[in-house]
Design a protein around this ligand. Structure first.
Ligand code: FMN
Length: 199
């Protein structure tokens, strides 16, 4: 698909049909994240991919509100055949910025963040965006959603490093065609882009 088409057509999908995604396509989807930029070329992002029904069930059971999980609304997301949880590893950045090609003054956590956002979170966000775009590129639907509940329990259930941080999860599947979009629309260029001065 043309890049422009991918960017303009990508929307969060909130309804998936029952079609499974082949392992080859899941592999192709995820391969793209390797090309994401990263601070210091650290590549401290990792992706836990849940393809087995039991694993996906546990994921939702641990992280979701019980009322939501029992509602018909949830089915549209929980029936996604693949859940991907992007993680980042702060320790990889600490190690990377202590290497000899880095300035000694950059080997501290203050350098590795801008206005409260750590490099590892920025990198993870970029890589997750590549995942969302590649899903569109491959004819798949994807939804990024925040997760708030029981993160420690989630980590211990899936044997994830205690050190690993996450920003949310991505549900992936074939689009059902009944997507529920909000009434909100994309802003105009003039509303979000300023040239040379904020005014
Ligand atoms: C940080 C973040 C958290 C989000 N959390 C959710 C969520 O929990 N549930 C959901 O349905 N969509 C979630 N979204 C998707 C947004 O609602 C969506 O991106 C927005 O409505 C714009 O629509 P579009 O992505 O289709 O262009 C989230 C997006 C971001 C960036």
């Amino acid at each position: 698909m043309e890049f422009d088409e991918v960017v303009r057509n990508r929307r969060m999908s909130r309804d998936f049909n029952d079609t499974l995604i082949s392992h080859a396509l899941i592999d192709e989807l995820l391969d793209a994240v390797r090309y994401s930029p990263s601070a210091g070329f650290t590549q401290g992002f990792r992706f836990l991919v849940l393809t087995e029904e039991n694993a996906r069930f546990s994921f939702f059971k641990i992280t979701s509100d019980e009322l939501w999980l029992e509602s018909s609304d949830s089915k549209m997301i929980t029936n996604a055949p693949v859940i991907i949880i992007p993680f980042c590893l702060k320790s990889e950045y600490i190690n990377r910025y202590s290497q000899t090609d880095k300035l000694i003054s950059h080997n501290n956590e203050n350098f590795m963040e801008v206005q409260g956002t750590a490099f590892w979170i920025t990198d993870l966000s970029f890589a997750t965006m590549i995942l969302l775009l590649n899903a569109e590129n491959l004819g798949l639907g994807a939804l990024f959603f925040a997760i708030h509940n029981n993160l420690d329990k989630l980590k211990s259930h899936f044997n994830i490093d205690g050190d690993a941080d996450l920003i949310g999860a991505v549900a992936v599947g074939y689009k059902s065609g009944v997507n529920r979009q909000t009434a909100r629309t994309k802003l105009k260029k003039s509303e979000i882009i300023k040239f040379n001065s904020w005014n």
